[in-house]
Each structure stands twice: as structure tokens, then as C-alpha cells.
Write a protein that binds this ligand. Structure first.
Ligand SMILES: Nc1ncnc2c1ncn2[C@@H]1O[C@H](COP(=O)(O)OP(=O)(O)OP(=O)(O)O)[C@@H](O)[C@H]1O
Length: 364
């Protein structure tokens, strides 16, 4: 699955652009965060991407085909959309609401098979909402409805999942369930795009991010190059610091907003730090199946890798890897970020002053 937006522009009122010349690509396995201040146009952007609003200029294509030309049944078999939960519109039970997600496959008037009912129950159990299934959607809270709508979108088994602020309205636990669900689905090959008001969520989970500024300017790229202190200040008018919280087995990025500042300037990719440094990335994989993804990521940095070693461990199923590489600081930060957003992988990067000698070995 490949979604491409080329030179997308949109305005509700002529002369007041909401989106201007926006470009981005999303592929199977990507988890992409869209950030921007209130009213910047994030929901509008999602609606344009899916063809629910018509671009004034530019286009969205799905697997090479203009989205407006894809028959709607075919489109909604590939794409699921979770809008912001603004209250239930029908007094379905949560079970029926989730089951509705299957209609793109089974048709509106068909009786669901046991396999569809089983899927609904499994999705509800995975999201911790099985106790809600017999409740009416008009009689549950906004956060509970949000979880039901996400389960409904998943019931369609989409290739592209688009979510509008899926974690808003939710308590800490449910936010994590939603983030874990999106991460798991992206790791299984789905493409997830989500609007969010939490830069932390983008830093902790998304491979790429897009920031939409008021007035229609946008910037897209690797999260570590996009969600920066400078861009947060320019897009949101907030001085923030991005730090790290270190636990014994993981380092987590953390954004702390400090004060309101004038909102000026255009967001920019973090200028690549040209200086070459030597770094060692130590990884502990608690699930051996993550090795394939790590190998795939490392392949893209092959030129820079000086040494790769798989260390012995007594713990069954655990893999410990040390990779030493020489590259620009921004490349090392980007690779570290791509690894740290993988579930079941603990990572620590140590930057050395001097390059180390080139030792040949391989992960096997
Ligand atoms: N149907 C509409 N007609 C005219 N203007 C609209 C319409 N829908 C939204 N707008 C305006 O377009 C701008 C972008 O709205 P949108 O909902 O896309 O922003 P957003 O970034 O998703 O906001 P938030 O973070 O607050 O949810 C806002 O100024 C909004 O008032």
C-alpha cells in the first residue's frame, strides 16, 4: 500500500489557504503523526487525503490511482477512518457498532458469520472494552466511544488506518492501549496516520511526522528531524524543551512546554549535523522476531557500520546486539529513533569521541 499526496492545497474560503503545496508519502508499516495547533487544518487534511473533501490543487493517490477515481467500495475496503468521537449518533450496542466495521467486506444486508462475531469479540478484548459490548453507544462515555470507534475501524481490516486525535479524551491507560495498538498494527504491515496534540506521542511512536502550521505551510520527514524544539516554537508558539527520561532499560523522549512565545517563522528540517561521530548502539531484543526489522533498518546504514556483534546471553529468546557505526550525528539520532520506537526493544546509544577501528563481523 502506498499513499502519496502531491502538492495538496485546500481553502474553505478563497484566499485563505488551510493547506498549501503539501507533499508526503506513506507506506505499509509506517506510523505517521500529524501535529499542528488548534484550527491549523489537521482534520481538513485527513478529509482531503481520503477524498472526503476535494483538493483545490494537487492530489492524493493510493497505489498509484487518484483517490477520486477509486470506486468507493474498493476505497473503503483498503481505508478505515476514525473521526474524533463527538457523541454517538445511533443507539447501537457497542457490539453492533464494531460489527458495522465488517460491512465493507460482508455487505450491509448480510447476516454476520460467526467469524465476524469472533473478530469483534477479539478486538474488544484486545482493547480492553469487552465489558462494553452490550451497552448502547448513547449510554457510554466519550472515551469509551472513542475506543469502540477504533475497534470498528480495525474490524474492517484496512491497509490504511487514519485516526483523528485517537488519544484525545482517553485516560493514560487507554492512551497507551491505543498507541500500542497502532504500533503493533504498523509492525504487522498496516499504515497508520494519526492527528495528535501530543508531540511526545509522535516522538515515542511515529517513524515520520508532519507539522501543519497555521496559514497552510507544512513540513514532513523523519520524526527526529521534524519534532524539534525549534519547530514546536514556530508551529505552536510555545518554548519547549525536549529531554530524555532514563529508566534502567530504556530511554524515553519527553517534551516539556515552558512558556508561550510569539509564533513566528516557518518550520524547518533540523539542519543535518555534518560532524562525523562514532557511536555504539546497544540493543536488547526481548522478542527474537524483532531481529528481522532491526536487520532491515541496519541494512540502510550499511556504509556507516564498523562493527556488529551479537552478544551471548543466558536468557532464552533474548538477543543482545551491539552496533558501532560512524556517521553524522543526525543519522545516528534518526537510526536510534527508528529502533527505540520498536516494541520489545531496549536501546541505548553512546557517542564516542574518536572513531574505533574497523572490525568485520555480522549478525547471524
Ligand atoms: N466546513 C467548514 N467550513 C469552513 N471552515 C471550516 C470548516 N471546517 C473547518 N473549518 C475551519 O478550518 C480551519 C481548520 O479546521 P480543522 O478542523 O481542520 O483544524 P484542526 O487542525 O483539526 O483543529 P483542532 O486541532 O482544533 O481539531 C479552522 O479554522 C476551522 O474553523
Amino acid at each position: 500500500m502506498k499513499l502519496v499526496v502531491e502538492d495538496g492545497s485546500f481553502a474553505y474560503v478563497k484566499g485563505h489557504p488551510i493547506i498549501q503545496d503539501l507533499n508526503f508519502k506513506a507506506e505499509s508499516g509506517n506510523l505517521i503523526a500529524i501535529l499542528g495547533p488548534n484550527g491549523a487544518g489537521k482534520t481538513t487534511l485527513l478529509r482531503c487525503i481520503m477524498g472526503l473533501l476535494k483538493w483545490d490543487g494537487g492530489r492524493s493517490t493510493l497505489d498509484g490511482q487518484n483517490i477520486y477515481q477509486i470506486p468507493s467500495k474498493k476505497l473503503w475496503q483498503k481505508v478505515s477512518y476514525v473521526p474524533q468521537a463527538r457523541g454517538a449518533f445511533a443507539s447501537f450496542t457497542a457490539e453492533d457498532m464494531i460489527l458495522l466495521g465488517c460491512t465493507s467486506r460482508i455487505g450491509i444486508f448480510s447476516t454476520p458469520h460467526q467469524s465476524e462475531l469472533d473478530l469483534v469479540h477479539k478486538l474488544a478484548a484486545d482493547m480492553g472494552i469487552d465489558w462494553l459490548l452490550q451497552k448502547r453507544c448513547t449510554e457510554i462515555s466519550g472515551g469509551e466511544l472513542q475506543m469502540v470507534l477504533i475497534a470498528r475501524a480495525l474490524a474492517a481490516k484496512p491497509q490504511l488506518l487514519i485516526l483523528d486525535e485517537p488519544e484525545s479524551n482517553l485516560d493514560f491507560k487507554n492512551q497507551l492501549i491505543v498507541l500500542d495498538t497502532m504500533t503493533r498494527l504498523a509492525n504487522q504491515g498496516m499504515c497508520c496516520i494519526f492527528n495528535t496534540h501530543y508531540p511526545n506521542h509522535a516522538l515515542m511512536r511515529s517513524s515520520q511526522s508532519l507539522i501543519l502550521q497555521k496559514g497552510g505551510e507544512s513540513i514532513f520527514g523523519e520524526t527526529s528531524e521534524i519534532v524539534t524544539e525549534a519547530n514546536i516554537e514556530k508551529a505552536f508558539g510555545v518554548k519547549a524543551i525536549i529531554g530524555q527520561i532514563e529508566t534502567p532499560d530504556h530511554i524515553y523522549p519527553s517534551v516539556m512546554p515552558l512558556k508561550v512565545t510569539p509564533q513566528t517563522g516557518k518550520c524547518q528540517h533540523e539542519p543535518p549535523a555534518k560532524q562525523q561521530v562514532t557511536a555504539t548502539i546497544a540493543m536488547i531484543l526481548t522478542q527474537p522476531q524483532r531481529l528481522a526489522k532491526i536487520k532491515y533498518l541496519l541494512q540502510q546504514y550499511q556504509q556507516a557500520i564498523l562493527n556488529q556483534t551479537k552478544l551471548p546471553t543466558t536468557k532464552q529468546g533474548m538477543i543482545v546486539l551491539n552496533v558501532t557505526l560512524m556517521a553524522s550525528l543526525s543519522k545516528i539520532k534518526a537510526l536510534t529513533h527508528q529502533i527505540e520506537i520498536l516494541p520489545d526493544v531496549n536501546v541505548k546509544t553512546t557517542i564516542a569521541e574518536e572513531p574505533v577501528s574497523n572490525v568485520q563481523s555480522a549478525i547471524n
